[in-house]
Structure formats: C-alpha cells, structure tokens
Design a protein around this ligand. Sequence first.
Ligand SMILES: [Cu+2]
Length: 143
Amino acid sequence: MVEERRSTDSVGHAALGLSLATPLQAARAHPRLVRATPSADSRVAAPRTLSLTFNESLDLALTRVTLLRGDRPIPLDSLRLATGDANTVVAGVSTTLAPGRYTVRWQVTGADGHPVRGTFEFEVQASGAPEAHAAHAPHPSPH
Ligand SMILES: [Cu+2]
C-alpha cells in the first residue's frame, strides 16, 4: 500500500469523511441525469423518442418529461421505463420536429422523496444534415 501523505490529500479525505458522517439523507445522493438521447447540446435529425438515463431507478408516476420549443410545449406520448432498465425513461415524440433548438425539462423523484429537476437543450438540424451526407460519400474510382 502506498502511503504518500500530502496535505491536500488529508484535506480531501477529511472532507469526504465529514460528508459520509452526515445524516443518512445526505448519503443518499439525489438522482442525477447520466445520459440522454438526444444528448445535451447535440445537433441531430428529428428524434422519434427522447431517452433519459439516471443513476437510480425511477418511479414512473413521479417522473415528468416535457419538450419545449421556446416556451411552447411539444406533445409527447407514451412516457415509459425502458425495457429492463428502470433507470431510463423514454418518451415518444408524436410529431416530426421542425429544425431548431429544443429544451427538455425533466423532473424525477429520488429514493428520499425529493423531486429533482433539470433541463438540457438539443438542436434539430434541417434534413440533409451532415450525418445524412456521410451515407453518400463518393465511391473511390476503381482505377
Ligand atoms: Cu433529497
């Protein structure tokens, strides 16, 4: 075992010990968004679904996902947990999203009963976006 003692390490460990010593509620961290599709600040073709994965399992009845363009809500349907993955909530997008910036607003409730909210944005690109062009890369000429 390496016993390299530096003052910064001591401070860090002391702080960690303190946080673990605080009441049970603090030890249960609140739910945190781990990843999403479309991902935050990405530029994508119009998505058919939104998928949000958290670091703990979700209670669907206490989970909200709202899609906004500016302050205008876009209808979503079939909010559900992903098959075999209670940490992931999936919402169907019932319309083809026009190009532009969108905000996803989410609310989930952690094991301690506290609601946690967050938002992220993504951008829908016009059709003919770069990833579509990649499929039409020129074939190398045979000679
Ligand atoms: Cu809490």
